[in-house]
Design a binder for this molecule. Sequence first.
Ligand SMILES: C[S@@+](CC[C@H](N)C(=O)[O-])C[C@H]1O[C@@H](n2cnc3c(N)ncnc32)[C@H](O)[C@@H]1O
Ligand SMILES: [Zn+2]
Length: 360
Amino acid sequence: MCCSLAAASEPGRLDDEKNGLTARGRLEEMNRKALESFACPECRAALRLAHAEPGASSNGRIREGLLECTGCSATFPILRSMPRFVPSEEYAASFGYQWNRFDRLQLDRVMHNDLSRERFYATTGWPARMEGQRILEAGCGMGRFTQIALETGAEVFSFDLSNSIEANFKNNGTAESVHIFQASIYKIPLRPGTFDKIFCMGVLQHCPDVKQAFLSLVPYLRPGGEIVIDVYQRNRFVPALKYWVRPFVTWMGPRKIHALLRVTIPPAFELKKALYQVPVVGKPIGNLIPIGPISHKPKLEYTDEELKEVKMLSALDMLSPVHDHPQNIEDVRAWFAEAGLVDIQMKTGFNGINAKGKQP
Ligand SMILES: C[S@@+](CC[C@H](N)C(=O)[O-])C[C@H]1O[C@@H](n2cnc3c(N)ncnc32)[C@H](O)[C@@H]1O
Ligand SMILES: [Zn+2]
């Protein structure tokens, strides 16, 4: 579709031209096929491309344009090559700030590590090659997992409620097989029953109605398709430290919290590092400073400056989201059953509860 068009690569273009299909014709064909995947989030009718700015395409994508519902006439703008199905970020603005400010820190290919890849495969259990499959990613953030899903060769539809899609587009938007758009999990603008795989990692606890957010995803699976989620696990006895701190700072909003972290985390890091040099008592005293380890060597070779950034991102991620609702594993299992999924598997792992199930 307009928004997700990628320019024909040279070899592809030559083949197409041999087959009598011009590069332009190929783009129009891709445009039409992708547009068919979308549906009006209000009335579910098909969408049409009502307008595309002439000459505004970059790398084969239409940058500015307008989609129109063929049923209720609702319109949805295409801005900076991505269709927008929500008028604002709603409650997710902290993530728009966070992922545009920390847009590359968790990208495996930039950090030269495998953190996102390991978590993706440990959580999904999916194969490394998925050519010909259609994957839906809900709540993409800056696209650390979009990158991994694209590497499988699958066609990836990736959305987020927040402006983090700008960062995802910067990180993954040149791939031919990616479709990035701004939408809410509660009103997904796609045709139901059309995805082989759906994943939603690190997202559900940040939605106001967690169960409903999960249930909203399931209808988009085709028969036999598989959904994988992870969600924070509730600690029944002692809530994590952040739940004690959040009431005092979350109201400040992401910019002010980030400003506060910029003046507290680096000195806390240096102090902890200095304490670690003191024999016997230094380490136990240093461990009272709740910023996590000051080194991940030999597994991860972060510089001190990178590690301070990692800690600021992780503190911002804990303190700024408006919603943070950890769940019980029994409740999550019950949602999967209620959704009619089969082959349900639950475990605890990266990020709390990992769960998957299949559409019969
Ligand atoms: C902690 S971030 C995780 C991002 C990404 N999955 C990752 O793990 O890096 C949570 C994401 O969920 C998104 N989100 C929250 N509510 C949403 C909703 N109703 N629809 C779509 N995305 C939502 C936020 O905007 C944010 O980018
Ligand atoms: Zn409509």
